[in-house]
Design a protein around this ligand. Sequence first.
Ligand code: NAD
Length: 288
Amino acid sequence: MTARIIDGKAIAAELRAGLAARVAAIAAAGERVPGLAVVLVGEDPASQVYVGSKVRQTTEIGMRSIEHRLPAETTEAELLALVARLNTDPEIDGILVQLPLPKAINADKVIEAIDPAKDVDGFHPVNVGRLATGGRALVPCTPRGAMRLVKSVGTALSGLHAVIVGRSNIVGKPMAQLLLAEDCTVTIAHSRTRDLPALCRTADILVAAVGRPALIGAAHVKPGAIVIDVGINRVPGADGRSRLVGDVDFAAVRSVAGAITPVPGGVGPMTIACLLENTLDAHAARRG
Ligand code: NAD
């Protein structure tokens, strides 16, 4: 069997086109378009690239992007004051504080200061709780995007066994909630899990969110399974330049799985598209 490749790039482009149409309809009705505030503290090069992409894609679909680039020496009190201002700004629907923050700032405190109705990252405990209790929540962008890729395969999900490798708050745990909400039987594996290959082989849906190149090989995969690779790892390439790979040994697993996401071009492009979707959802919810 050769797995069908789930084209995250195309699915994200389709999602963005749908969001652009929603924004255009809001503008055509003479209403205020959604506004996303992105806050970056410090000079972390990876964060600068992420923020640049978020800002560009926000404006590309017709939404307003408001950037706050603050120096690395910004104090926690200063950042909290900015968040408080954004919370009460009627033109702002979404607030994203790019992580990681400098060590001197308590990230949990900052996340908890964001109005849950504007928490487009879905990290505020209120949104985490609502997701867990089946309420209306802003869902973290990467698992929301990964779930859309699972659904794109078209398989009925009810009763399937999903194994998620990785238990982080931003990917593994919310992904488990989303699969549970689709009536999957869900197992979360992590660094202390025993006999990971045997457990993974029982999965109809296997999600890898670890951050270790080639952790998941052919021996981890049940024939025909849906394999979603969330991992992003930079490894040295044959030409001496670095390249991106996931947590799944794509070449080996492709011949066993039923459907598989590539890296790059799988989950990655979905994350920002779902951030835009969350912003539009937050805008709609705030308008009632
Ligand atoms: P994390 O470091 O917070 O969590 C990693 C998890 O993997 C932990 O729960 C740990 O228990 C588990 N783990 C570690 N070693 C293991 C092993 N040998 N066997 C089984 N489990 C093991 O990471 P994260 O923030 O959840 O990110 C995971 C990966 O996803 C990273 O590569 C990250 O870059 C990537 N990521 C991608 C996107 C995207 O947009 N595509 C977004 C977020 C994270």
